[in-house]
Design a protein around this ligand. Structure first.
Ligand code: DGL
Length: 278
């Protein structure tokens, strides 16, 4: 990959999502590469992306990339499955810094773990409709079959905090029944929110099915990409160095509450910005 010569290891990583969900990716990046600085943007004013058109998601994603670049980020992580499915190809075409999404790392990991070649993908309507997981996986291996299932109710359930709740159990049972009947042995959690209901999903599909978390796989891929480009930060930010910065397009307080429920590092504040200006 050709990169801008000015890039420096101690520059931040830009991460974005349609809202709070991308924090599951941030959490994995913090674990895998704790020295890194992160600037996160959650598009809380325009969430959900999962029910929007491709043109709209591309326009939103381009605005966010312009905003993140004002921080001289060294790379961008599209921490949203829907934006990765709809906008990554377009973003890649006109950017001179490395950019990665969450779909490819998740797809690769699923291929590594499947034994019977029957892989299930659960995600938003947009991600399933785009067939992006099927496209990537069948490019790498034509002997596997991908079964997609849109699960639109999971995002609001997670945002309502119903992570372990009989209502979530029941809805998950209904969504997953057909994938269980088809005898999948691997299930990709193809939406940022789903790792937060991993234990419910695992209980329903049973031990025979391996769950793949694209958030985790993306953090690993990011680490190896930065390593190979000599862009890891080997200068750990000191106390008070503003290592993690959070921006949203609306409702900063609500974002901070949710963020603190899933990330152990105390997130003190998020700043609201008018993303339409970018
Ligand atoms: N972040 C989105 C995704 O991973 C889920 C929420 C939305 O629909 O915007 O697809």
């Amino acid at each position: 990959m050709e990169t801008n010569r000015e890039l420096r290891g101690n520059a931040p990583i830009g991460v974005f999502d349609s809202g709070v969900g991308g924090l599951t990716v941030v959490r994995e990046i913090m674990r895998q590469i704790p020295n890194e600085r992160i600037v996160y943007f959650g598009d809380t004013a325009r969430v959900p992306y999962g029910s929007k058109s491709q043109e709209t998601v591309i326009r939103y994603s381009e605005q966010i990339v312009r905003f993140l670049r004002t921080f001289q980020v060294k790379t961008i992580v599209v921490a949203c499955n829907t934006a990765s499915a709809y906008a990554l190809d377009t973003l890649e075409q006109d950017i001179d810094i490395p950019i990665i999404g969450v779909v490819r790392p998740g797809a690769k990991a699923a291929l590594d773990v499947t034994r019977n070649g029957r892989i299930g993908v659960i995600a938003t309507e947009a991600t399933i409709g785009s067939q992006i997981y099927t496209e990537y996986i069948s490019k790498l291996n034509t002997n596997v079959t991908i079964y997609g299932k849109a699960c639109p109710l999971f995002v609001p359930l997670v945002e309502e905090g119903l992570l372990e709740d009989p209502v979530t159990d029941e809805i998950a049972r209904r969504y997953l029944a057909e994938l269980i009947d088809i005898d999948i042995d691997t299930l990709i959690l193809g939406c940022t929110h789903y790792p937060l209901i991993r234990s419910t999903l695992g209980k329903i599909v049973g031990d025979r099915v391996t769950l793949v978390n694209p958030a985790y796989e993306t953090a690993l891929e990011l680490k190896s990409m930065l390593q190979s480009l000599h862009l890891l930060n080997d200068d750990p930010p000191g106390l008070g160095a503003n290592q993690y910065r959070f921006f949203v397009s609306d409702k900063a307080e609500k974002f901070v509450r949710f963020a603190n429920s899933i990330i152990k590092y105390g997130i003190l504040s998020a700043k609201a910005v008018n993303i339409e200006e970018y």
